[in-house]
Design a protein around this ligand. Structure first.
Ligand code: FES
Length: 75
């Protein structure tokens, strides 16, 4: 029987988004689901603190990218 890699991968970018690739449940501090689409296999979370739709990334990290020379992969 063939096996598949079902492990969820989490990629953290310096001053940028946290990419969750795989099945997961994202909930608020009370355990209420924040993502209603159960078919969604990838989530992009805010790692910079600038998003207006936390915990999800809204692209606001790009506004800060001209000020530094880090290796943010989303630029
Ligand atoms: S990582 Fe914060 S808005 Fe994208």
């Amino acid at each position: 029987m063939a096996t598949t890699d079902t492990c969820t991968k989490i990629c953290c970018n310096p001053k940028g988004p946290i990419i969750v690739d795989g099945e997961c449940n994202i909930v608020d501090k009370y355990g209420r689901p924040l993502c209603q689409d159960k078919r969604k296999k990838m989530h992009v979370l805010c790692g910079c603190g600038l998003s207006k739709s936390k915990p999800f990334c809204d692209g606001s990290h790009n506004k800060d990218s001209d000020d530094d020379d880090d290796d943010d992969i989303t630029n």
